[in-house]
Design a protein around this ligand. Sequence first.
Ligand code: IDP
Length: 140
Amino acid sequence: MATERTLSIIKPDATRRNLTGKINAVFEDAGLRIVAQKRVQLTEAVAGAFYAVHKDRPFYGDLVSFMISGPVVVQVLEGENAVLKHRDVMGATDPKKAAPGTVRAEFAESIEANSVHGSDSLENANNEIAFFFAQTEILP
Ligand code: IDP
């Protein structure tokens, strides 16, 4: 197994409910290391660009509005098999289908306000990390 990095976002529903620490504890307990982290208010342009892959989906407009409804915490997580490990501890997109103990099962409010984002492939992780972070901001 290789050491990987993945891009994680703690979404506005979770920052609003003061859950950043609890979610970070799930990641750290799973063996993921937070090697970069910042709390930011996304603009419509930035959130729209980040989720451009979904621009033709019916939920795109609502998703962008949700993502700018409050601050998010963007982070780089590092560890063995980090992309898949992070997706595993996040749980399924729809919290009703998420396995018990996953972040989304424990904390998500709905399929949209589902508390966390995680890159779904190593290639996307590299692109999404570069979208938010300069190399100098990542401190293993
Ligand atoms: P993922 O975050 O589990 O990878 P994606 O299908 O990539 O799921 O969707 C991106 C985000 O769009 C989801 O995390 C969720 O916030 C939102 N989303 C996905 N499907 C729906 C839907 O059917 N209705 C509303 N929002 C959705």
